[in-house]
Write a protein that binds this ligand. Structure first.
Ligand code: ZN
Length: 242
């Protein structure tokens, strides 16, 4: 079985600073995500954090990543621009899927790949209902028509993203806000899936439906075997094709 090589990148600062966060994610959000992804036999997990050498993403890691999960929040600005550009190129070349979660909406790779600010409205933690808006989509496999997160940070519209190719999930918040909570895009030959739950002070990554959605998202975003290299530039056709 050809395995999908998943790298889980976590800023990994809140967990070190805050006992409250550590109580929910004792070994870091990345290890919690890795633990449930490891239930899938076809996934091979690598961990990367901001304070690792080369910010966890030296070329030998990046070039052996099929799907990159990204959790960042407080230190987006510290992420090296050259690394961000290498990530964008690998996604556009169809060699790597990108799965930013929660505050990854404001990360440099998210903004660089999608080309907008990623700005949204946010507010206090409250109950969220995740509605399944696209039940036949592979990312929604095994997910009921809705499920409830007792507490999640409010992320709401307007969410300044390019119009998604597909909206898989919608978020409703107790105080009245709504959110395009699960969206896909294609950029170049690559695939991107953004999923909104996952605040560091909320236990959403322990929710079985959230876990299923991330598993599904990783499998969906994994690169296709095109059978040829996606060109890095335009191709000059000098002879008739037929
Ligand atoms: Zn948050």
């Amino acid at each position: 079985m050809k395995k999908i090589r998943v790298t889980i990148w976590n800023e990994y600062r809140h967990e070190k600073r805050s006992e409250q966060v550590r109580a929910i994610y004792p070994e870091g959000i990345h290890k919690t995500i890795g633990a449930f992804l490891s239930e899938c036999e076809d996934l091979e997990i690598t961990y990367a954090t901001l304070d690792d050498p080369d910010q966890g993403m030296p070329d030998e890691v990046l070039n052996n990543t099929d799907v990159l999960i990204w959790w960042g929040h407080t230190a987006h600005g510290e992420v090296d621009d050259a690394l961000v550009e290498r990530i964008r190129q690998r996604v556009y070349a169809g060699k790597m899927g990108f799965v930013p979660v929660h505050s990854g909406h404001h990360s440099k790779p998210f903004k660089q790949i999608l080309g907008t600010t990623g700005n949204l409205s946010w507010g206090q933690d409250q109950k969220e209902i995740i509605w399944n808006l696209n039940p036949s989509h592979p990312i929604a496999a095994g997910i009921p028509d809705h499920f409830i997160l007792d507490v999640e940070e409010m992320y709401g519209e307007p969410f300044y993203i390019p119009t998604p190719d597909e909206i898989i999930f919608g978020g409703w918040f107790e105080h009245g806000n709504m959110m395009r909570a699960g969206c896909t895009w294609r950029r170049g030959a690559g695939k991107i899936f953004y999923f909104q739950p996952g605040h560091e002070r909320c236990p959403s990554f322990h929710n079985p439906y959230v876990q299923q959605i991330i598993k599904n998202g990783v499998h969906w975003a994994a690169p296709a075997d095109f059978g040829y290299e996606i060109p890095g530039g335009c191709i000059h056709i000098k002879e008739p094709i037929v």
